[in-house]
Design a protein around this ligand. Sequence first.
Ligand code: FES
Length: 109
Amino acid sequence: MNWINLYPSNITSSNDFIRPIEVSGLKLCILKIGNDFYAVQNKCPHAGADLSNGWCVNGQIVCPYHRHEFDIKTGRGAAGQGNYIETYPIQLREDGLYIGIPKPWWKFW
Ligand code: FES
């Protein structure tokens, strides 16, 4: 796992947000809800909308196109959707907010 510093630690004082971000070639969506942070893929698996243009209700990010909902902790789609999104670990450290990006298997060798 590669841990990458996204923001300085004072990001905790900002208002809640949903932001697109590109890290290690991945297009992700960072969410701040209260004091908690989440990271998910930014591209909706249904038809490719940017989830960062959506909104969050009861721990679910809602896609702005067709309203598919995904759990921001597990990535699981709502009942009946049959889809999911990737989620990524986030750690708030003294020197900033870090995201964990898994190492591709082909770089283990
Ligand atoms: S593109 Fe996201 S629900 Fe259709």
